[in-house]
Ligand binder design. Structure first.
Ligand SMILES: [Zn+2]
Ligand SMILES: [Zn+2]
Length: 265
């Protein structure tokens, strides 16, 4: 089991700063943005930056890493927005390949599921091989793609794509993690196959059950509450990577909760 947080890449060490932060936290995994998540602008790799990152991966305690794609990406769109989305995602996949990052996570977007699949595969075809591209389940609302596990299963079928399972989003989309976490994981296994779900975003939810509200809470303090412990301790998920996208100032509190649920304290 690998675990950690979404970390910042601000500062002199750039991308490696996310690994420095993980090491300071005592974590074994980290997620980062490869560029500003609310801008189309890319971020160039600085001289020596990829080497520094890969050295830190080789020598340090962090064993699993993920890049979260830009929030502007909408693979379900058409026309110019779809093309910009594909190139932005391909750029993240390219960075991930150079850095030795394991996973790139993207929200499918809204609109046409067939376009989402086509866009994800197109981005993969434009980038060097290496990282696995994961579609994240979302909280739902509007014509957002990917709130239902069966829809995600259709999207990835017959492709190298996988899924990132976000507990807050699943709960908000109507999966009863607060009452039957083991049942929801069973559904994940039956519908997607757990080999296709290497990454879990472990977040509690400020929004209520089936509310469609995507608002993360500290572990154990939201509407899922202590029931979230059953996800961390589930024997079927012991080889997975858990990333917490919880309020940053509470990292040490959330890490304590995670470790106690995982039996690591
Ligand atoms: Zn996300
Ligand atoms: Zn997430």
């Amino acid at each position: 089991m690998f675990y950690g947080f979404h970390n910042s890449i601000a500062g002199r060490r750039g991308y490696a700063a996310a690994l420095d932060a993980a090491e300071a936290q005592g974590a074994s995994a980290a997620q980062l943005f490869a560029k500003s998540p609310r801008s189309w602008k890319t971020r160039e790799l600085r001289a020596g930056e990829a080497e520094a990152f890969r050295d830190a991966l080789t020598l340090g305690p962090v064993r699993r890493t993920a890049i979260h794609a830009s929030y502007l990406v909408n693979l379900g769109a058409s026309g110019e927005l779809w093309e910009k989305s594909v190139f932005s995602l391909a750029d993240d996949l390219y960075k991930a390949a150079l850095l030795g990052v394991d996973y790139v996570v993207v929200h499918p977007g809204s609109g046409d599921p067939a376009r989402v699949r086509e866009g994800a595969l197109k981005a993969l075809s434009l980038a060097p091989a290496g990282p696995r591209l994961l579609l994240e389940n979302v909280a739902g609302g509007g014509n957002k793609v990917g709130a239902r596990l069966d829809e995600l299963a259709n999207l990835i079928e017959g492709t190298p794509l996988g899924v990132c399972f976000d507990t807050c989003h699943a709960f908000a989309a109507g999966y009863p993690l607060h009452e039957d976490a083991r049942g929801v994981i069973g559904e994940l296994e039956a519908v997607l196959g757990l080999e296709n779900v290497p990454l879990i975003h472990l977040n509690d939810s400020r929004g209520g059950f089936a509310s469609g509200v995507d608002h993360h809470a500290n572990l154990g303090e939201g509407a899922i509450g202590a029931a979230l412990a059953a996800v961390v301790s589930d024997e079927r998920l012991q080889d997975k990577t858990f990333i917490m996208e919880t309020p940053k100032e509470y990292d040490s509190q959330n890490l304590r909760a995670f470790r106690s649920w995982a039996g690591l304290l």
